[in-house]
Design a protein around this ligand. Structure first.
Ligand SMILES: Cc1cc2nc3c(=O)[nH]c(=O)nc-3n(C[C@H](O)[C@H](O)[C@H](O)COP(=O)(O)O)c2cc1C
Length: 447
């Protein structure tokens, strides 16, 4: 069904396509029924996924849900078209992490059932959580799932559902000074957990980074965990956000975007964080070349999958694309990658991986800004005279007879006007004569 070209290697495991389905805590009691859960994941496999995972799994051996704690999530969306991009809407989700957490016994039975059904080239993953930052708890549950037959283990070290509990359920297990379950963001808590897991497992394992970790700490964490034996880093879990409010209704929840929302709250954003993911993947591939990388965040178009591979991911996971468009999105993405490789002459996923880094300058002091070579040019026919380019920090634009006009002497060729002009009337062109900056006088002079 899929071309040989799509074959990928994930930490030594063979995959028939570079597409995985990440762990996704599902809603409703059926999500905890072994057969229905397996059927659901198998429908993703049939659509082209080559790694499937059970959702994050409880460290305790809870079999039944306490009354009133049956699995339920609540979804909403954010219409961000005025802020980010035209027609850009992303989802968000709130949940009681206890209610939707997968049960250990159920998880093991799902792994067992899946292993009997997946075809060659499809791997089965268990997603686990330990108690707080206790290495023993994390490594024990990881080992239990290895013994249950999982091909690989992912540590959910960064679930946003844990992040905004004022009184975390896990408080009793949390080391002093460490506020919640997001151990992915802790230089103290994470490495000992990774070390303990590496000692116990024989199958490959990875951990899930949180987008709440900033630059350059995520690089330190990627390096430290790779050195301590983690086989991959997943980039990344959901970013946190604040639910949309209705400013015309005293700041209450926006009923249109958050139907049924009884209060404003913190939520996990779904399909929003691609800018964070891209930076994380590229930087880890460059500075921690030994790390395995699985990219997940914000893949809502097939093109974004190729983008992540070119930035250095080994494989990609479809989360938001699946929530937005359903399982057909998996097939569409696989077919897109296949066609793309044919059209642009890439023979293997390996060949695609990290291509963009070959055209990358990591040192801003060495970047070629083409200073003095470029100048802005206004198309007078297109210019509407809206004056937007005049109102920015640009010193080179002025108005002349109702049209924007560039001073060649003052223009540094930075390109801001080309990006802010609402009708695309400004472009950068080569200067006829190169310009030098007369620093002594503070005035750029044309030679
Ligand atoms: C409803 C839902 C449930 C999720 N459950 C899990 C989970 O059980 N374990 C986990 O590691 N990540 C979980 N995630 C995080 C996703 O695997 C993924 O990392 C995240 O959604 C970011 O990708 P996206 O922007 O494409 O959605 C969940 C995400 C959503 C939306």
């Amino acid at each position: 069904m899929f071309s040989e070209k799509l074959r990928a290697k994930h930490c030594g495991l063979e995959m028939r396509t570079p597409i995985a389905i990440p762990p996704a805590a599902m809603e409703g009691p059926a999500a905890q029924s072994v057969e229905t859960y397996i059927d659901k994941l198998m429908s993703f496999v049939d659509a082209g996924a080559s790694k499937v995972s059970i959702q994050y799994t409880c460290p305790e051996n809870i079999v039944n849900y306490p009354k009133g704690k049956e699995p339920i999530l609540r979804w909403g969306s954010v219409d961000d078209s005025s802020l980010i991009a035209k027609n850009f809407r992303y989802l968000f989700i709130i949940a009681d992490e206890y209610a939707i957490m997968g049960r250990k016994d159920t998880g093991k039975r799902i792994i067992d059932g899946l292993k009997k059904r997946v075809p060659p080239g499809v791997i089965v993953q268990a997603d686990v959580v330990g108690k707080g930052s206790d290495p023993e708890s994390w490594s024990s549950i990881a080992k239990e799932f290895e013994d249950a037959g999982a091909d690989c283990i992912e540590l959910d070290t960064s679930c946003p559902f844990f992040a905004f509990h004022e009184e975390p359920r896990w408080a009793a297990f949390i080391k002093e000074g460490f506020p919640n379950q997001q151990i992915a963001d802790s230089e103290e808590a994470l490495p000992p957990v990774i070390e303990a897991v590496a000692k116990k497992l024989t199958v490959p394992f990875g951990w899930k980074m949180t987008p709440e970790t900033g630059w350059p700490r995520f690089l330190y964490l990627a390096k430290e965990t790779t050195d301590k034996g983690a086989n991959w880093v997943t980039c990344t879990n959901n970013p946190l956000m604040f639910t949309p409010i209705d400013i015309y209704n005293d700041g209450k929840p926006d009923e249109k975007l958050f139907p049924g929302g009884t209060a404003n709250t913190m939520a996990g954003a779904v399909g929003y964080g691609r800018a964070i993911g891209r930076k994380t993947v590229a930087a880890i591939r460059h500075w921690v070349p030994k790390a395995g990388i699985q990219a997940v965040i914000g893949i809502t178009k097939p093109e974004y999958a190729v983008d992540y591979l070119m930035l250095g991911a080994d494989i990609i996971e479809l989360s938001s694309g699946l929530w937005f468009y359903g399982k057909d999105f998996i097939t569409k993405t696989a077919k897109f990658i296949e066609r793309f490789m044919d059209d642009y002459g890439y023979d293997s996923i390996d060949e695609l991986r990290g291509r963009a880094l070959e055209h990358t300058e990591w040192d801003a002091t060495k970047y070629n800004y083409r200073y003095g070579e470029l100048v802005a040019k206004v198309d007078e026919e297109m210019c509407t005279g809206c004056r937007r380019c005049i109102g920015t920090v640009c010193f080179a634009m002025s108005m002349d007879d109702g049209k924007a006009k560039v001073s060649e002497v003052l223009c540094g060729g930075c390109g801001l006007c080309t990006q802010t002009c609402p009708v695309g009337a400004v472009i950068l062109v080569e200067r006829s004569r190169p310009k030098e900056l007369d620093i002594a006088r503070g005035i750029p002079a044309i030679k």
